[in-house]
Write a protein that binds this ligand. Structure first.
Ligand SMILES: [Mn+2]
Length: 431
């Protein structure tokens, strides 16, 4: 396949032409409002224009719950079709220029060709993700009792080899990070020795770490529960940081917003990991209860804003290696994944824009004088500002659509793809 961009410049141009005057009016009004607050809107827009977040290849398909999956016509069935959808998301939104692939799901025979195929769609590759949380056809050993932390040395070796293979594939794709999440854990008290299972994980992870190229990072993703419901080996940010510190400077912690105990103060975890120089990246999603599946900003946009507030603070006091990798990681059970990812990317970049509006001087002064209400107001004032005109103009100036969702809805994309693509089977859902 040698597919180029899905949209012509004319399509985006005529869409924007109908909307640019109204947007310019809104932007000018916001400019006046922010100027009164001493904020230079052009600077905020420039910073917004440099922001990007990766999309996961698996996010292009409809996700599932643990119970079922309901595919839609025209859904992508392989990495080529996923890239095609991700290319369209990038063309429309101009904030998701990289795709994070997952192996073995996205395996192909020629990675140089895949890299070129992505480049033709305006895409690069972000962190590669290994998968040792399910068995693959023809695999010599089962992960039913764990992978990197398995009690069986042959299973651990197989999991290590798979991660090293992912690094090799990632090199060919131009990636510079390996994200490791294992489903290892237990369902019963006593099932495994809690200390020894972590020791085995660390020993195996060190062998993966040793295979990292010099300019790569290993992102450790923790998860409190699921599929293991009593204990997981890398359960929380403490275990993750302990592992990252033991492995070495290239190992960093990755925060998936849905992988914590309920009501955990995630923004404080961001600040703590940054202090330790171990803040490696984010998987954005949202949750109401204990899931990691809902769309970013859909349930708790304030939390998303507070996380970005900490990231803006962190950028003001950067530590060695501070360059967090941002990715969307959610499960689209009831929406068209393209629409969800367009809206999520907008929510994420919007939260970043709001965090940039915080009057840091006023905040700092209020903090120093223990004036809680003024400190809180400094944050709330930024959070309450409608930054949509900044985000939309930055997008339009980058070549994207002023209203990506509206333009997407006019394309008949799924109907066309339903004619071209194979039907997705009723496979098991992926978390
Ligand atoms: Mn994740």
């Amino acid at each position: 396949m040698a597919n180029g961009p899905a949209l012509t410049l004319d399509q985006i141009g005529s869409h924007n032409a109908e909307r640019i005057d109204a947007l310019a009016e809104d932007y000018a009004a916001l400019d006046r409002q922010l100027a009164r607050r001493g904020v230079d809107i052009a600077q905020v827009k420039s910073a917004v224009a440099t922001f990007s977040v990766a999309v996961p290849s698996w996010g292009a398909g409809r996700g599932g719950t643990r119970f079922a999956k309901f595919p839609i016509p025209g859904e992508p069935t392989n990495i080529h079709e996923k890239l095609e959808d991700c290319g369209l998301i990038q063309q429309l939104g101009q904030v998701t220029p990289r795709v994070s692939p997952h192996f073995p799901w996205d395996k192909v025979s020629d990675y140089a060709a895949l890299r070129e195929e992505a480049a033709n769609l305006g895409l690069g590759f972000d962190a590669v993700n290994s998968n040792t949380f399910q068995d693959q056809p023809g695999q010599a050993h089962s992960y039913r009792s764990g992978s990197l932390s398995s009690t069986d040395a042959d299973v651990r070796a197989q999991a290590i080899d798979h991660n090293i293979e992912c690094i090799e594939i990632g090199r060919q794709l131009g990636s510079r990070a390996l994200t490791v999440w294992v489903g290892d854990g237990t369902n019963f008290p006593g099932q495994q020795h809690l200390g020894r299972s972590l020791d085995r994980y660390l020993d195996a992870a060190a062998q993966v770490y040793a295979a990292l190229p010099g300019d790569w990072r290993m992102l450790l993703e923790h998860k409190l529960f699921e599929p293991a419901f009593y204990s997981t080996v890398i359960s929380d940010w403490g275990s993750s940081m302990m592992a990252a510190q033991e492995l070495g400077p290239k190992a960093m912690c990755l925060i998936d917003l849905g992988h914590h105990a309920p009501n955990v103060n995630i923004e404080q975890i961001v600040a703590r990991l940054h202090k330790a120089g171990k803040l490696g990246g984010f998987h954005f999603n949202d949750s109401k209860y204990g899931d990691d599946d809902l769309d970013a900003g859909a349930i708790n946009p304030h939390q998303l804003f507070l996380i970005f507030n900490e990231l803006v603070e962190a950028a003001l006091e950067p530590r060695t290696g501070f360059d967090p990798a941002y990715m969307i990681d959610q499960s689209h059970n009831v929406t068209d994944p393209i629409e969800s990812m367009l809206c999520s990317a907008e929510a994420i970049v919007g939260s970043f824009a709001k965090a940039l509006l915080v009057d840091r001087e006023a905040l700092r002064a209020a903090q120093e004088s223990n004036d809680a209400i003024i400190a809180f107001r400094a944050l709330r004032r930024a959070y309450d500002t409608d930054v949509a005109p900044i985000v939309a103009l930055a997008r339009a100036e980058a070549g994207g659509a002023i209203d990506p969702l509206a333009l997407y809805r006019t394309l008949g994309w799924r109907e066309r793809k339903a004619q071209e693509r194979n039907t997705v089977g009723l496979g098991a859902g992926i978390v």
